[in-house]
Ligand binder design. Structure first.
Ligand code: PLP
Length: 388
């Protein structure tokens, strides 16, 4: 991040990283052209050629995201999963080893299982909140260490700096999925990560109207490898229209996250006091085991809260289906509150054994706390808890 401006200023474009120095557009124009005219035959060294390789609207987004992530390079991709696949396919060969957190978004775990099955990559899972457990799992063949912090859906907090040191000792690339925190809440590259990825579908865009992702790094060699795999092999860069939407969403990211955090804090405190609730996971609660660590490495605790109701799967499902204000829907991070019953929704691709190993019980409910009033959110939760 440039030292000249604060995050809030960079998010609205203070670094002058818009695409149109000549026209002085305040809002980035959408460059829809799939291809660009050339002055002579051949492959030019500079300028735009074809939108899968580079596009002015996507470049504007990537420049702004690089500033906000303290990265030298970012690549905007067609989904959060495309970032994870790109990083894995760039770095891993048959026989390589991955040490992955045992608390991850279900889609990431599914990808690791498929990499093991189809390509002979060895994957070991470790409790990434425990530095020693990760140290025990690492060896000389470990190519990649993969964590999230806070994790989806259990909001566990991992020591990014300590794990970065461990990975560096073993010459392994250290990747942090920063989807829940966003670069406003946490900047993994400043804490020692080699690469930080996030789904822009969530808080970064923030309006539930675009699917996308970003890979951020300050390592030139890694960037070149990711760029080749993303653009030439997978072919899944972010579209110009989605790039525009994410640029627009980014402008309000700090303002939105301040309200997400304030509302989530009140919702988590309400749930923690409720008799029908067993455990509440929110790093902003002083009672959360990772609270102090989160306070030291994050500047915003975010808008995600998960909790276990005192009941079985049927009661948890009845709770989410009855709930007002919170939309029953996949995904998270939009201005509107969302709720899911994790076992039957985002973790449904995992087997019951995998869910049990990941600590996802049948009574777990995940909330993405939006920008409605906290009073309305709490009234709705209260009413639905009363009904069960
Ligand atoms: N990473 C995390 C932590 C997620 O929660 C998700 C989706 O929920 C993804 C990655 C994948 O993002 P996308 O749905 O944009 O592919």
């Amino acid at each position: 991040m440039t030292d000249d401006y604060d995050f809030e200023s960079l998010a609205v474009g203070a670094a002058g990283d818009g695409p149109s120095p000549n026209t002085k557009d305040v809002a980035s124009p959408i460059h829809l052209s799939a291809t660009f005219g050339l002055d002579s035959a051949g492959y030019p060294e500079e300028g735009y050629t074809y939108s899968r390789f580079a596009n002015p609207t996507r470049d504007a987004l990537q420049d702004r995201l690089a500033n906000l992530s303290n990265a030298t390079h970012t690549l905007a991709t067609a989904s959060g999963m495309a970032t994870i696949s790109t990083v894995c396919l760039s770095l891993l060969r048959p026989g390589d080893r991955v040490v992955a957190s045992d608390s991850l978004f279900g889609g990431t775990t599914t990808l690791f299982e498929e990499l093991a099955d189809r390509f002979g990559v060895e994957v070991s899972y470790a409790d990434a909140t425990d530095r020693d457990a990760v140290a025990d799992a690492l060896d000389a063949s470990t190519e990649l260490v993969w964590i999230e912090s806070p994790t989806n859906p259990l909001l566990k907090v991992c020591d990014v700096e300590a794990l970065g040191d461990l990975a560096a000792e073993h010459d392994a690339t250290f990747a942090v999925d920063n989807t829940f925190a966003t670069p406003y809440g946490q900047r993994p590259l400043e804490l020692g990560a080699d690469v930080s990825v996030y789904s822009t579908t969530k808080f970064v865009n923030g309006h539930s109207d675009s699917v996308g992702g970003v890979i951020a790094t300050a390592d030139e060699d890694l960037h070149e490898e990711f760029e080749f795999v993303l653009q030439d092999l997978i072919g899944a860069p972010l579209s110009p229209f989605d790039s525009y939407l994410v640029l627009r969403g980014l402008k309000t990211l700090p303002a939105r996250l301040s309200v997400h955090e304030a509302n989530a804090t009140r919702v988590a405190e309400f749930l923690a006091d409720h008799d029908a609730v067993e455990t509440v996971n929110y790093p902003g609660l002083a009672s959360h085991p990772g609270h102090d660590l989160a306070a030291s490495q994050m500047s915003n605790f975010g808008g995600m809260v998960s909790f276990e109701i005192d009941g079985d799967a049927a009661e948890a499902r009845a709770f989410v289906e009855d709930l007002d204000v919170f939309n029953l829907a996949f995904s998270l991070g939009g201005v509107e509150s969302l709720v899911e019953h994790t076992a039957s929704m985002s973790a449904a691709t995992l087997s019951p054994e995998e869910r049990a190993e990941a600590g996802i019980s049948e009574s777990l409910v995940r909330l993405s706390v939006g920008l409605e009033s906290a009073e309305d959110q709490i009234d709705a939760l209260d009413a639905s808890l009363e009904r069960i």
